[in-house]
Structures are given as C-alpha cells and as structure tokens.
Design a protein around this ligand. Structure first.
Ligand SMILES: Nc1ncnc2c1ncn2[C@@H]1O[C@H](COP(=O)(O)OP(=O)(O)OP(=O)(O)O)[C@@H](O)[C@H]1O
Ligand SMILES: [Mg+2]
Length: 315
C-alpha cells in the first residue's frame, strides 16, 4: 500500500483574483469590482487541493518564499488536509504569485511574479517518500528551473520504478521549452498539456499529429485539453477520442487545466476507464470554472461524480 494516493510536485502559486475586470483606471483612479478572493493555484497547487477535496491523501512538493504569501499557501494547503512535508521555504525568495483580473466572460489576464518554484529541489534523500504514492504528478514542468535540469526525470523514473502512475502538465510557450519537458516524457504515463502549449512545443496543428509527436517521445498517453472545446485523448495502443466540454455558466477559467490534472488523478485512483477519466477530469474543470479562484467550485468526489452524470455537454 502506498503512503499517499497522490503526490503533486511543481508550480504552487498564490493568486489574488478580482471580478469583473473591465479596465485599468486612468492615472491613480479606482474602479469598483464585485468580488475579490485568494487562492492557491498552479498546475501543482490547484491539483493538490482539488484532489484533496475529492478524497485523495495528497503530498505537496514545491517551494515557497519566506513571505506573507508563503505563510498563506502553507496554511491553505494544510486547511484542506494536504501534507506539506515536501514544501520547502526558501530564505530570500518570494512565493510565486499572481494578480489575476478576471473579465465577465471568464478570461483572466494576469500579472505574475516568478518565485521559489524556480528554486526548490527534491534531493535524493527525499525521493523515497515523494514517490511512495499511487499517482505521481509533475505540474508545471518548464517553471521548476532547479528541478528541470534533470532531477525531475530522476524523481519520475523512481516513481515509475516504485509502481506509481505518472502524470505531467507543463508551462510552455515555445519549442525552447521542449528540452526540459523531453527529459520527463519517457517516464510519463499521461501527458496533459493544453492544446496551445502542446502546439507551441511541437509546431504541429492537427490533434492526432500533436499527440503522436509526444507518444514518439515516450509518453503512454497524450491528453490535450482544448478549453471550451473539451479534451482529446490519444494513447500508445491506438485508442483515441474527443470528449466535448460541459455546458456551464463560466465565472473564471483560471486553473481549469490544473483542475483537470486533479480530476484525472482521482479517476486513476478509482480505476475509471480512459473515457470516464477524461469526463471526470472535465467535470472537475467545469466546476472549477463556476467559481472565482482555482478549485472554488470543487466540493468533493460525490459532487463531481453527480455533476458529471447530470450535466449536459456542449455537443
Ligand atoms: N469555457 C469553458 N467551458 C467549459 N469547460 C471549459 C471551458 N474552459 C475550460 N474548460 C474545461 O477545462 C479543461 C481545461 O481547460 P484548458 O484547456 O483551458 O486548460 P489550460 O489552458 O491548461 O488552463 P490552465 O491555465 O489552468 O493551465 C477543458 O478540457 C474543459 O473541460
Ligand atoms: Mg494548463
């Protein structure tokens, strides 16, 4: 029996979000908004909290600074029962943080300060506990500067050797980000980038061609998230399908891809088949999008399952 159901390693960020954003006021003026909230976000942070809400015994592995945001991120993770043994406080560093201005249509331009995500390091002595899990997730490969030089691949290799199922999400904008990501792909069961990031990495447009590019680099399955168009699954055995998104009133799409990662991990823990896993992951994303701030709309496993069974999809 593994010690954890889920280890989420990577990008944990402090978000301050306001809604609805219309404009930056001229000069030193003020624009009034209706809602303001805080959230732990990121492909590691959202995933850890959403998974914990849905019942997974979760370990967080990340870096935060010795600042107010770091205090809050730790407190918030612990509030949801996430084990923070793997969260390192980095003296002299800032916590990765964003000011997110969400428009009425749910789109969310952000101001981001990179921080301790770039600096944390899982040394060899930590690896046995970090990989003692049913599902191991690296969320935000491309932002973990210290880990992206090869140690993430060593951790993922150990996770595979220990029998974990592995998932990867990225932060990528161009082919220049590919070398860091390529290192972990041979140890990746489910590669789950957004279509924009996947296409930026490989320069291809067709979903099938894009998936095959990453299958050739060693992943077992490629799950491309397509925003409001749903998700595309394509694996090494030739199974491929598209699942439309749920038809919902969107409040804020911040963290939708990260919530997808959590939903997929929960599905893997419940041994769902591939199509149900993609549907459950999308249900988690859709619930995420109904609230302001990552995972605000995610409650628990039964709630997500009922939502998945009863909510209409777009097509
Ligand atoms: N407008 C929307 N309506 C319904 N579902 C949505 C919408 N936007 C996103 N989703 C759901 O969220 C999932 C992930 O979204 P998306 O592809 O935008 O992730 P992302 O760009 O990686 O986001 P993030 O910034 O969190 O990393 C989609 O597969 C879909 O199910
Ligand atoms: Mg994403």
């Amino acid at each position: 029996m593994a010690r954890y159901d889920y280890t989420s390693m990577g990008f944990f960020t402090y978000d301050c979000l306001g809604w609805p954003f219309t404009e930056v006021p001229p000069g030193g003026g003020t624009v009034f908004i209706d809602e303001l909230t805080l959230a732990v976000s990121g492909a590691g942070g959202t995933a850890a909290i959403a998974a914990a809400k849905m019942g997974l015994k979760t370990l967080a592995v990340a870096g935060v600074g010795d600042d107010l945001m770091g205090d809050w991120v730790l407190q918030r993770l612990q509030h949801f029962g996430v084990d923070t043994w793997g969260v390192q406080r980095k003296p002299g560093w800032k916590t990765s943080s964003s000011i997110v201005t969400t428009r009425a249509d749910g789109s969310r331009p952000a101001l981001h300060m990179k921080g301790a995500t770039a600096n944390f390091f899982v040394d060899d002595s930590m690896i046995p506990r970090v990989v003692d899990t049913k599902v191991f997730h690296a969320g935000g490969v491309g932002l973990m500067d210290a880990m992206d030089k090869g140690q993430s691949a060593i951790v993922m290799k150990a996770a595979k050797a220990g029998g974990a199922v592995t998932t990867v999400d990225v932060f990528a904008g161009s082919p220049k980000d590919l070398p860091a990501i390529a290192q972990v792909l041979p140890y990746t069961d489910y590669f789950m980038p957004s279509i924009e990031e996947a296409q930026a990495l490989c320069g291809l447009t067709d979903h099938g061609d894009t998936a095959r590019f990453f299958l050739d680099m060693g992943v077992k399955a490629c799950v491309l998230t397509l925003g409001g168009d749903g998700a595309y699954y394509h694996d090494r055995d030739g199974l491929k399908f598209h699942v439309p998104a749920f038809d919902i009133a969107v409040k804020c799409t911040c963290g939708c891809g990260d919530a997808f990662d959590a939903g997929f991990a929960v599905a893997l823990n419940h041994d769902f088949d591939a199509e149900t896993s993609v549907r459950f992951a999308q249900a988690t994303s859709a619930l995420n999008a109904t609230g302001l701030g990552s995972q605000a709309g995610v409650k628990d496993f039964e709630h997500t399952l009922a939502f998945m069974k009863t909510t209409k999809t777009k097509r």
